[in-house]
Design a protein around this ligand. Structure first.
Ligand SMILES: NC(=O)c1ccc[n+]([C@@H]2O[C@H](COP(=O)([O-])OP(=O)(O)OC[C@H]3O[C@@H](n4cnc5c(N)ncnc54)[C@H](OP(=O)(O)O)[C@@H]3O)[C@@H](O)[C@H]2O)c1
Length: 429
């Protein structure tokens, strides 16, 4: 067969991006696959809308479920979105019919990847999702293929462009979170409902998929620790800078003696490290593995072109007949493994405390930390204006989350503490 017939469900940013790329780089795609890749069918909600690409000669399906079983479709591209509903149905129907599926849908894979993977395997179909993680950065292929022989030690990533844009914009312009978010929405960098992005959920979906490929665990959201960036203030970013750190939303996964650790939260990261220098809407992934050592990938995590680049890489694998295990290990061994509890996480911490401006406050606080067996690394009391609450900013040596939480509870009860203490974890590498 010299043709691969593609059905695209969802003609939004990514769907149209794929059509555009297929037409722009048709000769390259043909030379590299030996096949003509043609779009034979599409489905979207609104048939009348001009999408800026020609749909001449392409079958239109009002119902994407019909596209999923159409005789003239070899590969189904699910580019609708959402963890459930029509996107999931389209994938299930297509895989059930033995058709290969490519999706950019991280929510779907993070929640239902294991079941869909099983369905694909049982029906001898491919399920590929390079575009679901970090847009144009080939992180899935890197983990699944490039590093197939390695023992993965840890993966840390900046996986949400909206959050990274907001944090770097706060840093550059000295404005607060709400202000920058509003501007990001006006510019189209943030959704009208930004909660999935700024709440860390979108990035956590990607981390769940990364952990699956890195450690052979199912991609699940269960027990994945998520904290968003809403509570990070301009003050924190400034104090962090003074201490030599950038503030970024970072997802971390690694094996520990208590199980696989998976956490997504704002971090202070040394500004001289590669992750500390990722700015604006860019994404990045740092992988430590044996024997390859450290790999750092950075690029555009969203947008029509970069995302289409990853979707097409998957489609071209199918055209070439490449066959890879869906989550990097043969399916039968994708087994539940325990995930470590947040209590056991060991790291350093940044703490900002709003305190009463009177003698003995500093001593009271250090005493509480000492009682909790937490040792302070740096402690500063920045100058403040009369009438404003005084601030104490400190960083700790490595301790556990459990100890830190207990210390925060007792400190919060002290009369001299005026507001809920601000805690941000410090990442060293
Ligand atoms: N945008 C990015 O940069 C990016 C990056 C990485 C991954 N992704 C993922 O890619 C997927 C698509 O994202 P997107 O940004 O392209 O979204 P989008 O612009 O909102 O496009 C979604 C498309 O799905 C169509 N659709 C909605 N309900 C449908 C239904 N019931 N049947 C058929 N079509 C339906 C919409 O149709 P109408 O146009 O007719 O309303 C629209 O064309 C999501 O899973 C997203 O997470 C996106």
């Amino acid at each position: 067969v010299t043709q691969l017939r593609i059905g695209i469900a969802g003609l939004g940013t990514v769907g149209v991006g794929v059509m555009q790329l297929l037409s722009d780089n048709a000769a390259i795609v043909k030379a590299r696959t030996g096949k003509d890749l043609v779009v034979s069918a599409v489905s979207s909600r609104d048939k009348t809308r001009d999408r800026g690409v020609s749909l001449d000669g392409i079958d239109w399906h009002d119902d994407a479920r019909d596209l999923a079983v159409a005789d003239n479709v070899d590969v189904v591209l699910e580019l609708i979105g959402g963890s459930d509903g029509i996107a999931k149905e389209v994938c299930e129907i297509a895989l059930g019919a033995g058709k290969d599926v490519v999706t950019a849908n991280k929510a779907l894979i993070a929640h239902h990847g294991a079941a869909l993977g099983k369905l694909a395997t049982n029906n001898n179909a491919a399920l590929l999702f390079e575009a679901a993680v970090a847009g144009g950065i080939p992180v899935i292929k890197t983990l699944r293929e490039g590093l197939a022989a390695n023992e993965i030690k840890s993966v840390a990533g900046i996986l949400n462009g909206t959050c990274n844009y907001i944090l770097t914009e706060m840093e550059k312009t000295g404005r607060d979170f709400a202000d920058v978010l509003e501007e990001a929405q006006e510019k189209g960098y943030a959704e009208a409902d930004p909660s999935f992005d700024v709440g860390g959920i979108d990035a956590a979906h990607k981390l769940a998929i990364i952990a699956s490929l890195a450690f052979g665990v199912p991609p699940t959201m269960d027990d994945l620790f998520i904290e968003g960036i809403e509570h990070v203030t301009y003050e924190d970013i400034t104090f962090a800078r003074e201490l030599g750190y950038s503030v970024r939303l970072i997802g971390i996964t690694k094996p520990t003696e208590n199980g696989i650790e998976r956490r997504m939260h704002p971090c202070l990261i040394p500004e001289e490290l590669p992750l500390g220098q990722v700015d604006d809407v860019f994404n990045a992934v740092q992988i430590n593995a044996h024997p390859v050592d450290t790999i750092f990938l950075e690029g555009r995590g969203a947008g029509a072109g970069p995302t289409a680049s990853s979707v097409m890489a998957d489609v071209m694998d199918i055209a070439r007949g490449v066959n890879v295990p869906i989550f990097g290990i043969v399916d039968s061994s994708l087994k539940s493994q325990s995930f470590s509890s947040m209590d056991d996480v060991a790291c350093r911490y940044y703490l900002r405390l709003s305190v009463e401006d009177k003698a003995g406050v500093m001593a009271a606080i250090t005493k509480e930390l000492e009682k909790a067996d937490i040792s302070v690394e740096t402690l500063v009391q920045p100058p403040h204006k009369n009438g404003e609450a005084a601030q104490i900013v400190l960083t700790t040596h490595e301790t556990t989350e459990k100890k830190m939480r207990a210390a925060l509870d007792t400190m919060s009860a002290l009369d001299v503490i005026k507001e809920k203490p601000q805690l941000i974890r410090i990442e060293q590498s």
